[in-house]
Design a protein around this ligand. Structure first.
Ligand SMILES: [Zn+2]
Length: 94
């Protein structure tokens, strides 16, 4: 485990292969995805971004397994997203 400091002064544990500061990229991703999405971690947002997902409605084309296979997307992000989809009357693909 090694601690790094980004150019904006955030310290973070660089234990993954992603060289990006999670705080900076989280803010960046939050802006990119807008208010439609719940607060997910930066790795989860990057995973959705890499899959080309920008809207909650797009998630209905994905199964839980497919989402969990995305790099950086974990069970916690999945749970939060499912709750949000439920509230909007949407659900993941089966
Ligand atoms: Zn930063």
């Amino acid at each position: 485990m090694s601690i790094r400091t980004c150019k904006n002064g955030h310290t973070f544990d660089k234990s993954s292969s992603c060289p990006v500061c999670p705080i900076c990229s989280g803010e960046e991703m939050g802006e990119k995805f807008g208010d439609e999405f719940p607060k997910l971690g930066a790795p989860a947002f990057r995973a959705l971004d890499s899959a080309g997902i920008r809207h909650l409605s797009q998630l209905t084309n994905y199964t839980e397994e497919q989402l969990l296979q995305l790099h950086g997307f974990g069970p916690k992000a999945l749970r939060i997203l499912k709750e949000t989809l439920n509230e909007k009357g949407l659900s993941l693909s089966k």
